[in-house]
Design a protein. Structure first.
Length: 476
C-alpha cells in the first residue's frame, strides 16, 4: 500500500484522489460525475443482509455539502473505494480543496501516514474494523491531524480510548445512514459538544426521538428504537415499497437501531433491534457482551449473537479474535472469558459458549454480520449425542462434583450437601454455572443452583433439561 502514496505531493493540485479499487489517481471531473450519480441512488447495507438501493434527490447533496463541507478546506480522508458506501462524503468532493480516498483494506497506521503526506487534517474511518494499530506510531509529530471521526459500526469504548491515547488526538463518533445522512456527531465546535461513549448531539436540521414497541415516544433514558426526521431528500427504496412503508411512519425514519438519549441529550446507540437476545424473556443487546469481552487483555475483537435454546428461547454465544500475543487455547479462552464476563454482567447475559475465530464477518460498510456467526454456530450444540439415562446422571454428577471442588476448593461432603451452607454465595453460584456449562456443553443458569443446591438434585435437574432439549431438537 505504501507505493500507492509515493507521488501524492507531486500531484497537480498538491493532492490526489485515489480509487481504492484500482489504486489509480482519479480526476476531479470523474469524481464529480460519480458524486452526481450517487446523488440519485445510494447503496444501503443496513436494511437487509443483501442491501438495497436508496433513492434521494439533489437536496441531499446540497445538505450534506453544507453540513460537513466546513472541514474540507483542510482535507478529509474516506477509506472506501469510489462507488461503495460512505457516499455522503464523496458528494462533497466537488467543493473539496483536498481529498484522499484510499482502499478499505489499509491499516489505521497506513491511512494516517498517507493523510500526513498530503496535509489532511481530519480522518473519517470505521475504527472498530481496522487492524490493530501500531501504538508506537509517533504522537503529535509528523501527523498534522486534528481529530479522527469514527463512522460505520458502533465504536467500543475500549477501542476509542486506545486509539485516542495512542495518537494523542480526539476521537469522535458519528451516527447516520443513507436514508438520512449524518444525523449526529460529537462536534468540537460546540461547547461541551463531545462525550465519549455517545454518538453526539443531533445536527442542525435533524430531530431524533426514541420510540417504544407501541409506537409512542418514550421518556427519560428508556431504551427504544432510534427514529429520525430531517431535511434530507429521501425518495424511497427502489422496488421495495413494503420496506419504505415500514421504515417511514408519520415522517419519522425508523432506523432499526436501539438506543436512548442521555440526560444531556446525547445519543447512545446500544445495537440493532433485530439482534437483541431474548433469554427466557430477558432481552439485552449483544454490544453489552462485546464490550465486556473486549476489556479482557487477550481479546482483540468480539461479536456476540443469539442461538436458539429450547428451554430459554435463546442464549448468547460469542466469537472472539485473540490478540497475537495471547497464549490461550480455544478451550481455555472459553472458560476464562466467560468467567471474566460473569464478574461484570448479569448471569443471563454470560455467553453459553465462546468460540475463537480468525476474524469476524463484516459487510462492505464494515458492519458486523452477526447473522453469519449465528448460522455457523447455531447447530453445534445439537451434535452432542445423549448417553443412556443412568450413565448420563453419573456423568453429570461427576462434573458437578469436580466443578464444585474447583469453585469452593473442597468437594461436596455427600450427595445432599448444600452449596450455600458449604461456603458458596451468589458469585460462586454464577461461577459454578459457567464451569458446568463449559464442561457439559449445555447452557446452565445460576438460578438452577439456587433451586437445586444439592449435588444429586442439581445433577438430576441438569440431566432432565438436557433430555428435554435433545428430545425437542430431535422432534424438530
Amino acid at each position: 500500500m505504501s507505493e500507492l502514496f509515493g507521488n501524492l505531493k507531486s500531484s497537480r493540485n498538491g493532492f490526489a484522489i485515489i480509487d481504492g479499487t484500482s489504486g489509480e489517481e482519479v480526476s476531479r471531473d470523474v469524481v464529480l460525475r460519480e458524486a452526481l450519480r450517487l446523488s440519485q441512488a445510494l447503496h444501503a447495507w443496513g436494511l437487509t443482509t443483501q442491501g438495497c438501493v436508496v433513492l434521494v434527490d439533489s437536496s441531499t447533496v446540497e445538505y450534506v455539502t453544507r453540513i460537513i463541507g466546513v472541514w474540507l478546506s483542510e482535507g478529509i480522508t474516506c477509506p472506501q473505494p469510489l462507488g461503495k458506501s460512505q457516499a455522503d462524503f464523496q458528494f462533497v468532493l466537488r467543493d473539496s480543496g483536498a481529498c484522499l480516498v484510499v482502499g478499505p483494506n489499509a491499516g489505521l497506521e497506513e491511512i494516517l501516514a498517507a493523510a500526513a503526506a498530503v496535509g489532511i487534517a481530519y480522518v473519517s474511518i470505521a475504527l472498530e474494523a481496522t487492524e490493530e494499530a501500531n501504538l508506537s506510531f509517533p504522537k503529535n509529530g509528523c501527523i498534522p491531524l486534528r481529530s479522527i471521526w469514527s463512522i460505520g459500526a458502533k465504536l467500543p469504548l475500549a477501542i476509542h480510548q486506545q486509539v485516542q491515547e495512542a495518537f494523542g488526538i480526539p476521537v469522535y463518533e458519528m451516527y447516520g445512514m443513507s436514508e438520512g445522512g449524518v444525523a449526529t456527531a460529537n462536534d468540537p465546535s460546540i461547547p461541551d459538544g463531545c462525550k465519549a461513549g455517545t454518538a453526539g448531539l443531533p445536527r442542525p436540521g435533524y430531530r431524533i426521538a426514541i420510540f417504544g414497541p407501541d409506537g409512542q415516544q418514550v421518556c427519560g433514558q428508556e431504551i427504544g428504537e432510534i427514529c429520525i426526521k430531517s431535511e434530507m431528500g429521501f425518495q424511497g427504496y427502489h422496488n421495495r415499497p413494503e420496506d419504505e412503508q415500514a421504515s417511514f411512519i408519520d415522517g419519522w425514519f425508523h432506523s432499526g437501531d436501539s438506543g436512548y438519549l442521555d440526560e444531556d441529550g446525547f445519543l447512545v446507540v446500544t445495537g440493532r433491534i433485530k439482534e437483541l437476545i431474548d433469554c427466557g424473556g430477558l432481552k439485552f443487546s449483544p454490544d453489552e457482551v462485546d464490550n465486556g469481552l473486549q476489556q479482557q487483555g487477550d481479546v482483540a475483537e468480539a461479536a456476540t449473537f443469539a442461538v436458539p435454546e429450547p428451554m430459554l428461547g435463546q442464549v448468547a454465544v460469542a466469537a472472539v479474535v485473540l490478540r497475537p500475543h495471547s497464549k490461550l487455547t480455544a478451550e481455555e479462552a472459553s472458560l476464562i472469558l466467560r468467567r471474566f464476563v460473569a464478574e461484570k454482567l448479569q448471569d443471563f447475559k454470560v455467553p453459553a459458549r465462546v468460540h475463537v475465530v480468525k476474524c469476524v464477518p463484516r459487510s462492505r460498510a464494515q458492519m458486523l454480520q452477526r447473522w453469519k456467526l449465528a448460522e455457523l454456530f447455531s447447530g453445534q450444540q445439537d451434535k452432542t449425542q445423549p448417553l443412556d439415562g443412568a450413565k448420563t446422571h453419573r456423568n453429570v454428577l461427576e462434573n458437578v462434583q469436580r466443578a464444585w471442588k474447583e469453585e469452593l476448593s473442597t468437594p461436596p461432603a455427600h450427595g445432599t450437601a448444600n452449596f450455600f451452607k458449604s461456603g458458596g454465595g451468589s458469585m460462586q453460584a454464577a461461577a459454578l454455572a459457567i464451569n458446568l456449562s463449559s464442561r457439559l456443553g449445555f447452557p446452565i443458569n445460576s438460578s438452577t443452583i439456587f433451586t437445586c443446591p444439592e449435588p444429586e438434585k442439581l445433577a438430576s435437574s441438569i440431566q432432565h433439561c438436557m433430555a428435554v432439549s435433545h428430545s425437542e431438537v430431535s422432534l424438530g
